[in-house]
Ligand binder design. Structure first.
Ligand SMILES: [Zn+2]
Ligand SMILES: [Zn+2]
Length: 273
């Protein structure tokens, strides 16, 4: 008896993921997770400066398959940016997908998508500071990196080292990050010491009701409770605890001086490291 082949048994050639696209498929892209997508050499050449490298792919009547490092969902979005069509809605995609796409469009130099991805990576900065720092640092988006870096200082060193390795970042990234954190920690220690701040009367003479000393000690002790205290944490602590000295004018003055000293502490700039 002859087997009857259903539609599902017949290998369908990969199609272009862009809706209603009628361009002929002359190249097939195979994703890292094994998904094959139909594409068009002319579009790839036109929209991307880095893919495919001229001559790297032989175009026959049968479409050639090229295996790429990106996942299928990343490639699908990437290909949409390489058509004369409406660009995909990046606001609705997960951060992982956005991050993968942002890397891919940088790698293949798809200018039409680079600034859009950068914009959305910037929106995700507060929720994913470390990932966005790595992306912005790798692609020299200094302003973005400088905004992210202070938000990453609380991360464990192991986490940062592991992620940097996963993302194949250059060693200089880790050097900059550790330098940034050292300078930051030094600034925290300096604020906590409150060197040169004394409680004194308006004529300059020494005053010691004890409130200022207690405030200093309390902030110092509280700061130890943080796994990692940032400059901002210390500023907040001083602000909150300062109400305890309000009953004494000289001690309030000292607290005020401490607060302005803490406010002036310079947060290190990542791109200057
Ligand atoms: Zn197409
Ligand atoms: Zn006092």
């Amino acid at each position: 008896m002859e087997a009857i082949l259903s539609d599902n048994d017949i290998m369908k050639p990969p199609t272009c993921p862009v809706k209603d696209c009628s361009l002929p498929i002359d190249i097939v892209l195979r994703s890292s997770d094994g998904i094959e997508l139909g594409a068009h050499m002319r579009n790839l050449e036109h929209y991307s400066e880095a893919f495919p490298q001229s001559g790297s792919v032989e175009v026959n009547s049968e479409a050639e398959a090229v295996t790429l490092d990106e996942t299928g969902d990343v490639l699908e979005l990437m290909l949409q940016f390489m058509h004369l069509t409406r660009q995909p809605e990046l606001a609705k995609i997960s951060f992982d997908l956005l991050s993968g796409l942002a890397e891919a469009v940088e790698k293949y130099m798809i200018y039409s998508a680079m600034s859009m991805c950068k914009l959305y990576m910037g929106y995700a900065l507060k929720e994913h500071p470390l990932d966005v720092l790595m992306y912005s640092s790798k692609h020299n988006y200094d302003m973005m990196a400088n905004e992210c870096a202070p938000l990453t200082l609380k991360y464990k060193s192991e986490t940062v080292v592991r992620k940097a390795n996963e993302k194949c970042l250059h060693d200089s990234f880790l050097l900059k990050w550790f330098r940034c954190r050292d300078i930051h920690n030094q600034a925290v220690r300096t604020i906590l010491k409150a060197d040169g701040i004394y409680s004194k009367k308006s004529n300059g003479s020494h005053h010691s009701c004890g409130l200022w000393d207690s405030l200093k000690k309390e902030v110092q002790l509280e700061s130890f409770k943080f796994e990692f205290a940032t400059i901002q944490d210390i500023r907040d602590l001083i602000d909150t605890k300062s109400s305890s000295v309000l009953s004494c004018v000289p001690c309030t003055r000292a607290a005020h001086e401490w607060r302005s000293q803490a406010k002036q502490a310079v947060i290190p700039v990542f791109s200057d490291m």
